[in-house]
Design a protein around this ligand. Sequence first.
Ligand code: UD2
Length: 301
Amino acid sequence: IRDSTVLVTGGAGFIGSHLVDALTPHNEVRVLDNFSTGDRTHLPDVVTVIEGDIGDPIALQEAARGVDVIFHHAAVVSVTQSVDRPRQSNRTNLEAGLLVLEQARQEDARVVVASSAAVYGHPEELPVSEAAPTNPTSPYGVQKLALDEYARLYAELYDLPTVALRYFNVYGPRQRGPYSGVISTFLEQARADEPITIEGDGQQSRDFVHVSDVVRANLRAATTDAVGEAYNVGTGERTAIRELAETVRDATGSSSSIVHREPRPGDIRHSGADTTKTARELGFEARVSLESGVRSLVERD
Ligand code: UD2
């Protein structure tokens, strides 16, 4: 998109900051972030930063004034935290999300919401399509599902152009911290020549999608006519965690051993996107293979 005024909530975070980088050359970009996990150093100087909570109506109103598109990426991303404190994460992930949709109505702005494969829970069929039953297994999944449904409903009831993007396992530069995902954990372990820790037998599998592809999906969502819909954002390829461990070890040339620990309680066994609808209606297909994505991560610094 070009010559637009856009707001990225959570714009200092992992996915948000990559999206900001893609938007800044051709648009006026604002970021609303409370910097609880986000990092100011990720933001280019040309961005207008509003430091505040996504659940604060005054901050949101200021940030959203006159915008054409809101990319809603602010969230409590930790599934564990949502299990420990469901009401707290609900306030951020659902209530504040609803506030964003309301604010968008005021401004007549398009909204792209960050949804998640967590809405599917344990998929009954693989790959999982958007029409599959939704059975979230965590408060986080329930909150993302409700927001995803609200986005659809706002399109239906109020004619608001909304798109929900259901991210599979996103990875890439700047992903860090305690809830950062298996690829950044394995990379850190491999670089330190410490044991790479597989939880369980390593036969569980995921659809790993590079953050640059996720950014491209957002840019498609910002202009598509196919609004009021949810779209899977994945590669359509599944990789076993054991294979990932070996890929990371090979790419780093590390001498780490690969060890197995207790499986994670309630872990999803297999997860993989059916990308048919996204390809057909959104015109988006992932480009970065896991091998090249991991290699580029290793080659950075
Ligand atoms: C992903 C999302 C989460 C939610 C969920 C929905 C990430 C970071 N998280 O959680 O937000 O959408 O999908 O289902 O994308 N593992 C190891 N060793 C480690 C760390 C992880 O073996 O040191 C395993 C873990 O047990 C799991 C797999 O790797 O089987 C992926 O774990 P994850 O935490 O990266 O992501 P996931 O799929 O649990």
